[in-house]
Design a binder for this molecule. Structure first.
Ligand SMILES: [Zn+2]
Ligand SMILES: [Zn+2]
Length: 151
């Protein structure tokens, strides 16, 4: 607001000064308002940061808890699968009991497993009275061995 070039009365001058002070005060008020808003924004930001920092350990704990629960669920599932597999195998064994490779029968008679062909035989069927201490080979494997020796 430029100074008037003409002669002014003291009232005009006083009014001019008052207007200038009022304008200064208004500008000061605007600056103050901006400063206040800036401060409020900074306080809000600081509060957000503090809240986020405070929530971090809780978030970490929740995450760890979630992971632990997932791990537990995974282990439980694996245990369930393993026991289901075992049950299945036991069931298969019941359905397909060991059969004698000679007579084709099962039963609870003494069985021998050939160390050559891994087939099972009734001790009776292969005419073995006592379980041999070392390796035992069935007739077929003995025959095969004999053929090999003949070659
Ligand atoms: Zn048999
Ligand atoms: Zn054999």
């Amino acid at each position: 607001m430029p100074l008037p070039a003409r002669v002014i009365t003291s009232e005009e001058h006083a009014a001019f000064l008052a207007a200038k002070r009022a304008e200064e005060a208004r500008k000061q008020q605007v600056r103050q308002d901006r400063a206040n808003q800036r401060q409020i924004r900074q306080q809000q930001l600081a509060a957000q940061r503090a809240a986020s920092a405070a929530a971090r350990p809780a978030r970490e704990a929740a995450k760890q808890q979630r992971e632990a629960a997932q791990q537990e669920a995974r282990q439980a599932r694996e245990a369930r699968q393993a026991s289901a597999r075992e049950a299945q195998e036991a069931n298969r064994d019941r359905q397909n009991p060991v059969l004698c490779a000679l007579c084709g029968e099962g039963g609870v008679l003494l069985f021998l497993q050939c160390d050559g062909c891994s087939l099972w035989y009734h001790a009776e069927c292969v005419d073995v009275g006592v379980v041999p201490e070392g390796a035992w080979y069935c007739g077929a494997c003995h025959a095969a061995e004999a053929i090999m020796f003949e070659m």
